[in-house]
Each structure stands twice: as C-alpha cells, then as structure tokens.
Ligand binder design. Structure first.
Ligand code: GRF
Length: 213
C-alpha cells in the first residue's frame, strides 16, 4: 500500500468516497471527516475500518468555531492531500491558503459553466448538449480554482436532474480516483497557479476520454 495519505471530507452519500477507496492502490485514505454526523458515507468508512471524524454544528457556539474545529483536525491529521467529495461547506480562507495546491474538489458541471449549486437543473434549462464534472484545486473563490481534469457525458432533452446526476456521477467515479492517483505519483502538480502534467499523462487522459489543460 502506498504511503501517500489522503483525507476525504464528505457531507452526504459518499459515492465518490467509495470510488476513491475502491481505486486506492497508489494512495491511502487515512481518515474521513464529515460536517454532518449522519452522512451515509461515514457508515461505509467505518465498515472498511477507515478512521472517521464526524462534526456536528450543534456542538459549537458559532459557524466559525465549528469550521475551525474541522480545520484543526485536518492539521492534526497531516494529510498529503485533502480531497473534498461532496463536502457542502465553504472552506474558510485560512484553510484554503494553508492547503493551496494540496486540496482538490470535484464539481458536478463543466466549469467554468455552472459554478455553485443546482448544476444539473441549470444545464438542462440551458439545453446544453454535454454536461459532466470538473476536478480542480481549491482556491478562495467558489468553484474557481485551477482546473485539473474534466469528464463529459451527453445530455438530452429527455434528461431530468436525477438522470443527469446519475450520468455525471458515473464520470465522477472514474475521473476523481484517476486525478488523486496522478497527484500521488507526482504526474499532476500545481506550480505557480498552473497545473502541470507529466508527458505520459496526456496519452492516458486521451485514452480514458478525460480533458486536461
Ligand atoms: C457529487 O456530485 C459532487 O460532485 C458534488 O456532490 C456530490 C457528492 O456525491 N460536490 P457523493 O456524496 O460523493 O455521492
């Protein structure tokens, strides 16, 4: 097992956590943190003996002390990479700055299109022929950090937000472990706000149908 330690932050179902775990040959999931103590993904992590740290807003007097407790736990765990996987909380600037280049997110749209919430409804309303997901480094903006990779799927007039979400999730489950693996091996890195790729990676991305910068 690799000693590259990733820390996964979740809020809900955790299907990306599951996919990351199933593909963890070049990295290991050292722990899972959730800002929602009833997140379904925590059950999966516990079942697979991954240490979990659930946080509950009701245990804290303010949003900022709640967020700070999560941040302190992240610092204590010393991950090589922080992986946001359906973590529905805006990360405070101090946390983002400390982990810039070592924290990634997956967003269910082809950024820069549709940052923020309700991406599937908005993509359908805009009659987009294609939709998909984007993995990016986290910066202090909303879904605006340097883009690492995108995976696309077709969208049709028949699609509902639910069917679009299912198609996009399928792509998320392929591209997220691929990106994490390649960060772990040093084939993807961030240098002065620019995402760099090793020469072989372009071929591999093309084979898998992923778009990289
Ligand atoms: C995914 O669509 C992800 O892109 C978004 O939230 C959803 C999380 O799904 N940020 P899951 O909890 O990994 O199943």
């Amino acid at each position: 097992m690799s000693d590259f330690k990733i820390l996964v932050l979740i809020s809900g179902k955790g299907s990306n956590l599951i996919s990351l775990h199933e593909h963890a040959d070049r990295y290991n999931i050292s722990a899972v943190i959730s800002n929602n103590p009833t997140a379904e993904g925590l059950l999966y992590a516990k079942k697979h003996k991954i240490p979990v740290y659930p946080f509950s807003r009701s245990d804290f007097s303010s949003m900022s002390t709640f967020k700070d407790a999560i941040y302190q736990k992240v610092l204590q765990l010393k991950p090589d990479l922080v992986v946001l996987a359906g973590f529905m909380q805006i990360i405070q600037p101090q946390f983002v700055e400390a982990f810039y280049g070592r924290m990634i997110n997956i967003h269910p749209a082809l950024l820069p299109k549709f940052p923020g919430l309700d991406t599937h409804t908005r993509a359908i309303a805009a009659k987009e022929p294609t939709h998909g997901c984007t993995v990016h480094f986290v910066n202090t903006g909303i879904d605006s950090g340097p883009i690492i990779a995108q995976a696309e799927c077709a969208l049709s007039v028949e699609d509902t937000p639910e069917s679009a979400a299912a198609k996009v999730l399928k792509e998320e489950h392929r591209v997220y472990p691929w990106v994490v693996k390649n960060i772990a091996t040093g084939d993807i890195s961030l240098v002065e706000d620019k995402v760099l790729y090793s020469p072989d990676l372009r071929r591999d991305a093309a084979l898998k149908g992923f778009k990289i910068g």
